[in-house]
Design a protein around this ligand. Sequence first.
Ligand SMILES: Nc1nc2c(ncn2[C@@H]2O[C@H](COP(=O)(O)OP(=O)(O)OP(=O)(O)O)[C@@H](O)[C@H]2O)c(=O)[nH]1
Ligand SMILES: [Mg+2]
Length: 174
Amino acid sequence: MKCVILGDRGTGKTSLRLSVTSNDLQQEYIPCESSIDVKIQNTVYQFTMFDSMFGSFEHVRSIKYINTDVFIVCYAMDSQCSLQSVTTRWFPEIQLYQPNVPFILVGTKYDLIETSQQNVTFRDTERIAKQIGAFSHVQCSSLNGFNVKLAVHTAVQAALDSNEAKHQQGSCKK
Ligand SMILES: Nc1nc2c(ncn2[C@@H]2O[C@H](COP(=O)(O)OP(=O)(O)OP(=O)(O)O)[C@@H](O)[C@H]2O)c(=O)[nH]1
Ligand SMILES: [Mg+2]
């Protein structure tokens, strides 16, 4: 199962991936993809996460989107600007290149919610998640591990549900 993590620079994409797949956030060599086995209802799925160290050229990034099963679209909970980019940049990019691929919205840096000046409110983020048709919305912290597993399980579930829906559509036509 292929997952691509999108979001503005510094939103915590790489940290999220590493916190899910390794215990070491400070490692020297950081590969641009990593995998984890996720068990859902007695089936184990190999979930491979890529984060978009793909450079700033949209058409180059979009090549990496091919065969993606699910996107994780990140905003940082201490950055209004990164939340705005979800609607102005990342959602349009999914719509343009992979409109049939499901995505979840993930708020990173949950641990900063109390101290940040620029907190994004849960109401705003829920509204945006609904507006853009995200499968679900999870807030997490790679720093302390809060909800990171939930984010991954939710992404796997989004991919599974979408596959099932496509399957059913296919079988109706027969
Ligand atoms: N407090 C806190 N800081 C975080 C968290 N996740 C990431 N950071 C910090 O945010 C900064 C950016 O994190 P990265 O994981 O490098 O972000 P990125 O989205 O991969 O950034 P680019 O690759 O440059 O686009 C780093 O200084 C991280 O230590 C978190 O959950 N909480
Ligand atoms: Mg990164």
